[in-house]
Design a protein around this ligand. Structure first.
Ligand SMILES: Cc1cc2nc3c(=O)[nH]c(=O)nc-3n(C[C@H](O)[C@H](O)[C@H](O)COP(=O)(O)OP(=O)(O)OC[C@H]3O[C@@H](n4cnc5c(N)ncnc54)[C@H](O)[C@@H]3O)c2cc1C
Length: 449
């Protein structure tokens, strides 16, 4: 039997109509029904019923998406929540995978795996309240993306239900296969537009033996970038490789008790993980080559707890930026490493032109930089000009071979730019694929395309 929360009040249903997207996302509707299935067959039955009646369908995990993927943009829609799909179905330590339902929360999965000295690495910063289904749909990544990659790199199999209610098993428990088109990879990052993820088999790995963490403070933004390029040139593979700009540093200092050396204008955080001997060697090596850079100082720790303190600084950035302005639009752009200096110069040009501050921090190893446009929501002229600023920013990234999203996806907020990034032919193939999985166009209508 299909389960719905019978007679749930409109005020509760309203909670299932939005997500964590902060910009004005157009008309939002309270869903007609919200379903909380507990089996795969229940999901099938709800989707088949929606297919027959041509009802708009929205899938929802933790609702932490930042591009409007869970925003109910059509009237009389149904929402399927994975809130009750929280079983850990199987754990296989020999083949190193865990099989989970899509509503499992990554932190809870990791607490479970830690008992066996294992972990699932690609948990995003929202790992305490997002879900595996949402993480797969957005192909999310955590701060350790440079070494461990994105969610997709850890997905072996997906059990999936299409827009007509067909069950599919994509991939398998194996570690390697080249049998046919990899449809599993099509579902990863498809932002809930092709069907519902019921469960997934995910690769897991042993918790590394040793860690070494650094936070290095530079006297200019360019010196920080020079250091980043050096790390990449010599081929080191830190798990965490983060860049923090001057605005972000100053706002964390204003907002918390952290102190940084005087004259710091940028900082880089590095974390190395692996065997004790390997990590020790890298630590000595880094300490030696730091003398080649204009530093204001550095911190180093070999303990996980010590590194947690460094990460407290990094995690404080997002909330601390509100001490600069009350409003913030956080874009997750990707820029080729060879163009980092040009990107930072371009940001300064935009700041001067639009008279707004732009704070930049993030996963520098991949050139995936959170670019935060700070604005005053009370100033109507600023609110109006943000879209013009974003337009220039996105076009700079696209024209220079970067990407409009390295983390949060397209959703409704960036769909105008998707065609520009991928080109007409690819864009039309995307639309054809959507029709195969969702012939009546009922799933997440209006998202991504
Ligand atoms: C404070 C904060 C920190 C964040 N940090 C990061 C970060 O470090 N890295 C990062 O990549 N992102 C981050 N995000 C963005 C967000 O957490 C991720 O996109 C996350 O993967 C969304 O998961 P969710 O379960 O909340 O998905 P939801 O927001 O519920 O849904 C996201 C999309 O997935 C679809 N979906 C959800 N479940 C399913 C399912 N079972 N089957 C099919 N489709 C489904 C939805 O329809 C929607 O389109 C952050 C967000 C917040 C608010």
């Amino acid at each position: 039997m299909e389960r719905k929360r019978a007679g749930i009040p409109e005020s509760v249903k309203k909670l299932y109509s939005t997500d964590a997207t902060v910009i004005d996302s157009g008309k939002i509707y309270i869903p007609e029904k919200v379903y909380f299935p507990v089996t795969e067959d229940e999901v099938v039955s709800i989707i088949r019923s929606a297919y027959r009646k041509k009802v708009p369908l929205y899938f929802r995990g933790g609702g932490t998406g930042m591009t409007g993927g869970c925003i109910v943009s059509k009237p009389k829609a149904w929402v399927i929540s994975s809130e009750k799909l929280i079983k850990i179905i199987d754990l296989n330590l020999t083949d190193e995978y865990v099989d989970v339902e899509s509503g499992v929360i990554p932190d809870e999965l990791n607490s479970y795996l830690n008992q066996y000295n294992y972990f699932y690495p690609p948990a995003p910063a929202s790992s305490g309240f997002s879900t595996i289904g949402g993480n797969i749909s957005e192909n999310s990544n955590g701060l350790n993306v440079f070494k461990y990659g994105t969610t997709g790199d850890w997905v072996r199999e997906i059990r999936f239900i299409t827009g007509t209610g067909e069950k599919m098993k994509l991939g398998g428990k194996f570690r390697k296969s080249v049998a046919g088109y990899s449809l599993k990879d099509l579902i990863i990052g498809s932002e809930g537009t092709l069907g519902f993820i019921y469960s997934a088999k995910l690769s897991i790995m042993k918790i590394p033996e040793a860690v070494s963490g650094f936070m290095i403070f530079f006297d200019s933004s360019l010196e920080g970038i020079r250091f980043v390029k050096y790390i990449l040139e010599i081929g080191l593979k830190p798990s965490i490789f983060e860049y923090i700009d001057n605005y972000s540093i100053k706002s964390v200092i204003n907002y918390t008790n952290f102190e940084v050396p005087q004259n710091t204008k940028s900082a880089v955080i590095l974390k190395f993980e692996g065997l004790i001997t390997e990590v020790k060697y890298i630590e000595i090596f880094i300490k030696e080559f730091l003398s080649n850079f204009e530093l204001c100082g550095h911190l180093n720790t070999s303990s996980s707890d010590g590194f947690k303190e460094i990460m407290e600084f990094r995690k404080a950035i997002s909330p601390a930026l509100f001490s600069i302005e009350r409003g913030k639009v956080n874009e997750d752009l990707v820029i080729p490493i060879s163009l980092l200096e040009d990107y930072f110069k371009f940001i300064k040009t935009l700041e001067r032109k639009y008279k707004m501050k732009i704070a930049v921090f993030g996963h520098i190893g991949f050139g995936n930089l959170h670019t935060n446009i700070m604005f005053d929501p009370g100033k109507k002229d600023q609110v109006k000009t943000i879209q013009m600023l974003l337009d220039e920013l996105f076009m700079f990234v696209i024209d220079n071979g970067g990407s409009i999203s390295g983390e949060h996806g397209i959703g409704i907020t960036k769909k105008a730019y998707l065609k520009k990034e991928v080109g007409n032919v690819t864009y039309n193939i995307f639309k054809d694929i959507k029709k195969i999985f969702d012939p009546r166009g009922i799933i997440n209508p209006g998202k991504m395309f």
